[in-house]
Design a protein around this ligand. Structure first.
Ligand SMILES: Cc1cc2nc3c(=O)[nH]c(=O)nc-3n(C[C@H](O)[C@H](O)[C@H](O)COP(=O)(O)OP(=O)(O)OC[C@H]3O[C@@H](n4cnc5c(N)ncnc54)[C@H](O)[C@@H]3O)c2cc1C
Length: 592
């Protein structure tokens, strides 16, 4: 891959070129092969058992995970030295996407291959890796990640579980309770976070068989009922000192760094779930007749289908663009050095803003998709006889775990500002330029020869608007801005919409030239819809932000900027949506 990658958050201040972005159309033969193997496995081995799995047959989840292990699907992110495939993030996300139609099973998979395996891969000593990694990568052992406690969820570092060195210096004695642990009832290896000497947040590798580890009862949940969620109780649990992971007092790095990949992976999983749910909705709409007409033929239903296609296209474009950006950075790290994984994680951490964006945007697209799929089913969508009901229940957790969407939204501007303060992002300089542009009249003429001129101008204008608002917020509140959550959420919403529209635009621009006339029409239609709705949401967020921070003349000026910089000529939006709906009704699936 010789594409040049943007550094993290730079998309807000730099222009990207279409040929630089990775898109699903760039998947290699090997990546497509893994996607196919994954889909075959899910369709043959897991989907037929979904109902039993959801009734609490966790033995079937374990059995499925072992089969996934045999097929190599658990070793994608693992180092070759320990039996892993060490493939790129694009492949890892593609596998997560293809696993997703398996509902609860995919939660077990994502947890095991993500937050449960990566702490060991990134921070394990050679001895720890030799002892555990091969077992984890083959599925002989399954993993879990124990961060949350009854009293500390979002405030993860407020954990109270304690770790005390035994008198003979051979063990840490762990005490405390971990809450909501995915794979809790059947995992063999738990990554547990606890405070050494009450203040030093530290990670430990805890085997199920260690004395003092007790698995609590299953939670009775709203959705993902086939995913095991239990407390893990540490009752004087004896953990050999050799099982301390990373450094004492540095557990926060382990806890948070693996969450970046976790959030990207969650994006891929909800994309896969959304594609599956939408296909079910379209099929039903074609079959169900009212007023002697298949309901799919009604504009009201067609618009839902078109909007679902657009949301999923944007999600997909963002996920694989970011995976490509991360892969490019990872390729620059020399292999074999003792500090390889330190650089590796830093490279991923650099994109933590984009990882949070993907977590929020994609999970909320899925929420809309499943809601509309229930609506398309009418009263039948409300009954357990149709799968729409399960999609609706299973979706809800995605806005809560891997950091709630509020926490992820708050992280986005906080991390952008931190980069700016560290001199890694020229936010201040660009904000001043943006503010000046408010005072200059606009003579924005679209390049008639460029079919994407309107969308390009929109993206550029939204970046200007983001910089104006971020600059004004910093000026007004200074360091206190961190406490102005309503403002931070508005800024996050704007940053999210920019990444979504830009990723979709760059993908369409890159691939439309080689597409058939029919496909090109669909690509242009989907882009128009994404740009229109994205601009509307961005305008609402920007207006909200403006009212929160300014008043008087400055407010009036910023509001006129909001109108100017969110303007988008969506002429042809209705035929575009109808085109998408008709094509979707014909194919009964995701179109791209
Ligand atoms: C099914 C399931 C599986 C899970 N799997 C795992 C797992 O495998 N391992 C693990 O460690 N954890 C796991 N979790 C825990 C999950 O990550 C937490 O539930 C989540 O982080 C939220 O924490 P909480 O539930 O304590 O909510 P709280 O932190 O109490 O949050 C409650 C509400 O307050 C908001 N809020 C909290 N703090 C702030 C703030 N500073 N500013 C603004 N708003 C705020 C939140 O956004 C939320 O809306 C799982 C949870 C569930 C339900």
């Amino acid at each position: 891959m010789d594409r040049q990658a943007l550094q993290g958050s730079e998309y807000l201040v730099k222009q990207s070129l279409a040929e630089e972005v990775f898109t699903p159309e760039d998947f290699s033969d090997e990546q497509r092969q893994i996607a196919e193997t994954t889909t075959e496995f899910i369709e043959n081995e897991v989907v037929p058992h979904l109902e039993e799995i959801d009734s609490g047959r966790f033995d079937l989840v374990v059995q499925g995970m072992k089969k996934a292990g045999e097929l190599g699907l658990l070793m994608i992110d693992g180092p070759e030295e320990y039996g892993g495939l060490e493939l790129d993030k694009v492949t890892s996300m593609l596998a997560a996407e293809k696993i997703a139609p398996s509902g609860s099973f995919s939660v077990a998979y994502a947890c095991h291959t993500g937050i449960a395996t990566l702490p060991l891969v990134y921070y394990g000593t050679p001895a720890q890796k030799a002892q555990y990694l091969e077992k984890i990568l083959t599925g002989e052992w399954l993993g879990a990640y124990c961060l949350t406690e009854p009293g500390s969820g979002s405030d993860a570092l407020g954990a109270r579980a304690s770790a005390t060195l035994s008198e003979d210096g051979k063990y840490y004695i762990l005490n405390g309770t971990k809450q909501f642990i995915t794979n809790g009832s059947f995992a063999d290896l738990y990554t547990v976070f606890a405070q050494v000497d009450k203040t030093k947040f530290t990670a430990f590798l805890v085997e199920r068989s260690f004395e003092g580890l007790v698995v609590g009862n299953e939670e009775k949940k709203l959705g993902i009922k086939g995913s095991s969620t239990t407390q893990i109780i540490l009752d004087n649990c004896k953990v050999p000192v050799a099982n301390l992971l990373g450094e004492i007092g540095k557990g926060h790095k382990i806890a948070f760094n693996v969450l970046n990949v976790g959030r990207l992976k969650l994006g891929a999983a909800v994309l896969g779930a959304g594609k599956g749910a939408m296909a079910v909705g379209i099929k039903y709409a074609n079959e169900r007749k009212q007023f002697n007409t298949p309901i799919a033929q009604f504009g009201a239903i067609g618009e839902k289908v078109a909007d679902m296609q657009a949301g999923l296209f944007a999600s997909e474009s963002m996920i694989y663009r970011l995976s490509g950006m991360i892969d490019n950075q990872l390729l620059t790290i020399p292999k074999g050095g003792a500090d390889y994984y330190e650089h590796y994680q830093k490279a991923i951490e650099d994109y933590s803003v984009e990882c949070a964006i993907i977590k929020v945007f994609c999970s909320e697209v899925l929420a809309t998709v499943v809601d509309e799929v229930v609506q398309i089913h009418g009263g039948y969508g409300f009954t357990a006889e149709y799968p729409a009901e399960r999609f609706y229940r299973d979706e809800r957790i995605n806005r809560i775990f891997e950091g709630t969407n509020e926490i992820n939204r708050l992280l986005i501007p906080a991390m952008i500002l931190r980069k700016s303060l560290k001199g890694e992002l020229p936010l201040q300089k660009e904000a001043m330029k943006a503010f000046e542009s408010l005072m200059t009249p606009s003579f924005e003429e679209l390049d008639a020869s460029d079919p994407y001129a309107a969308e390009k101008l929109l993206v550029q204008n939204l970046k200007t608007l983001f910089l104006i608002l971020a600059g004004a917020a910093v000026q007004k509140h200074g360091e206190q801005l961190q406490h102005e959550q309503e403002m931070l959420l508005a800024a996050a919403d704007l940053a999210i919409e920019i990444f979504a529209i830009e990723s979709s635009l760059l993908r369409v621009e890159k691939i439309a030239g080689q597409a058939s006339a029919e496909k090109r029409g669909l690509l242009q239609a989907v882009l128009k819809s994404i740009a229109f709705h994205g601009a509307e949401r961005a305008a609402t967020a920007a207006k909200r932000g403006a009212f929160y921070i300014e008043e008087g003349d400055t407010l009036t000026m910023i509001l006129s900027g909001v109108r100017r910089f969110t303007r988008y000529d969506a002429a042809g939006l209705l035929p575009a949506k109808r085109l998408l709906a008709a094509a979707a009704n014909e194919s009964e699936k995701y179109l791209f």
